[in-house]
Write a protein that binds this ligand. Sequence first.
Ligand SMILES: Cc1cc2nc3c(=O)[nH]c(=O)nc-3n(C[C@H](O)[C@H](O)[C@H](O)COP(=O)(O)OP(=O)(O)OC[C@H]3O[C@@H](n4cnc5c(N)ncnc54)[C@H](O)[C@@H]3O)c2cc1C
Length: 431
Amino acid sequence: MGNRQMMESLMSQQLNRRTVLRTVGGSAVAFFVLGCGSGVSNQGPAAARYGPPVPPDGRLVTRWRQDPFAFGSYSYLAKGAEPGDRSVLAEPIGERVYFAGEATHRVYPATVHGAFHSGRSAAQQMRVAGLDDIVVVGAGMSGLSAARWLSDEGVSVAAILEARDRIGGRVFTDHSLGSAVDMGASWIQGINGNVLTDISDRAGIERLRSEWANWVVRDAMGEVVALDRLPSDYVQVVNVEMEYAADVAQLSAEAVEEGGGLYGGDVVFPHGYEQVVDVVADGLDVDLGAIVARIDHDANGVVVTLSDGRTVSGGAVLVTVPLGVLKAGGIEFAPALPDEKLGAIDRLGMGHLSKVFLRFPDVFWEPDVEFFGFMGEKRGLFPYWVNMMPYTGAPILMAFHAGTPADELGGKSDDEIVATAMDVLGMMYPG
Ligand SMILES: Cc1cc2nc3c(=O)[nH]c(=O)nc-3n(C[C@H](O)[C@H](O)[C@H](O)COP(=O)(O)OP(=O)(O)OC[C@H]3O[C@@H](n4cnc5c(N)ncnc54)[C@H](O)[C@@H]3O)c2cc1C
């Protein structure tokens, strides 16, 4: 979700994602820590006192692990998995069942642009194979980019079937706090050469740059911690676990090396990521509330059965549901998926990163600092906060939690989750 870009900006604008993460994941963490200290000082904010927090007057909580149409936030390379598993996941089965989605993309997994490219690439393969009358399952970025390309190329799309009552999948903007806040993806990660930059440019969608080096870390006593004194295991929480949405112990050694990064820094959408989705989806006819339960396929075509018993026939199907849905066996395939694909689904990991948004009557934190780290005792428990004020103009904080703590919190009520977040804020800003 962008921490790798924070590391990049702290260390050097020249390093790429893989280099940076290899550095943090391997023995050179100390180099990163020293690198932070040499380039950035957060001693200034220590002089001023902020807080204590007042009760929030608005809140939003996500639970991506519990979401029945995602079962997690995004994929990662788990222990025992290898990058080739993503290719296996992407492979068609039979002649008429194709797959796309962020988890299938070897170069940009776990990102919105990776999802976009995966959908487009599957659509291109389907056209090359001479397929037509295509049923697209899922209207997230991968399904929409596929349907968009097929339609633009004159390949007929039989239906776009989306289980939710909205499009966008893991790109989802909420406006109920009076500002646009993104419950799933927030950032274009690496703007140079990014297809999402092109789309946003063409549509005139406003973006704001995130300055990852503009951050302050506080400990459980509310003291600002000098960046050159951060313990390496804290750097790993804040960076690796939040980035991969999984505990370090769950990651394959190759996880931090797979894929490629884009340069140019990251941007957010002050009026919501949904604007990009809307551009891609423009003119497409999406069947909302259509939960796909079963796909029958043979050499002649496919029959897709919805949970309400309706059926949709087509010449081929493109399945773009998240890895979490495939892991849960959410769709029955007849004939069944081959063992090789089932193995890849099993081995790849589906991580959990969730967010809590808290709106306050007024700002009680450093108004000009973009990111706050919390160095508490429990790894992954609200270690990372985003000041939404610079993006939305509203006194809103966004807190992340990831991995096992996120799974534990996900089973609790909104009141309990918010209370835990407020406890952390209280430690960060004792007043
Ligand atoms: C909290 C969070 C933060 C993130 N931050 C970033 C970020 O800052 N930058 C970034 O680039 N990426 C980020 N990501 C990842 C990014 O959101 C995803 O990689 C991308 O949106 C996935 O797109 P997709 O099309 O592959 O899947 P999805 O968007 O999940 O689309 C799949 C669609 O399939 C539908 N579906 C599921 N089951 C069925 C069914 N049975 N029948 C019919 N439809 C079904 C779903 O409802 C969904 O709409 C984040 C994700 C999360 C959750």
